[in-house]
Design a protein. Structure first.
Length: 137
């Protein structure tokens, strides 16, 4: 038998900072101030607020990402994530479903993920993208 080295990305050192930067850029482009961190927080009337504001929505991009792209993540686990193919129709479908479940801010997250895949050349020559991501907290 021969052992192999697996190329993986650390969620907290590699993936999350990249997604947060892309997310902030996407939100800024749409006129929304970026959240204080990737987790998001209380949000009302197009602004991040505090828990004392009545009738706010709580936006959590971590849970949104998990719901749209991952499942069954546990501490200290390596997850092979298959992302949608590099196809406009497929990504439009992902955006539509994300908005149905999480509201319009989900578009910024989906676009941030797509930008991460393209900018970091995660897509192969066939338009497929997959990453082994290490989650450890």
């Amino acid at each position: 038998m021969k052992s192999h080295t697996v190329k993986y990305y650390d969620w907290f050192q590699d993936v999350q900072p990249t997604l947060y930067n892309n997310l902030c850029a996407a939100l800024t482009k749409s006129g929304i101030t970026p959240p204080p961190d990737f987790r998001g927080g209380p949000f009302k009337d197009g602004k991040w607020t505090d828990h004392n504001t009545p009738d706010y929505d709580y936006i959590d991009f971590w849970h949104m990402y998990m719901d749209v792209f991952e499942d069954k993540v546990r501490n200290d686990s390596y997850i092979l994530t298959y992302f949608p193919d590099n196809d406009v129709v497929e990504w439009d479908h992902i955006r539509y479903n994300a908005v149905q479940k999480h509201g319009k801010l989900a578009i910024a997250l989906v676009d941030a993920v797509y930008k991460m895949l393209v900018d970091n050349k995660i897509y192969d020559k066939h338009g497929s993208a997959r990453m082994v991501i290490w989650f450890s907290w």
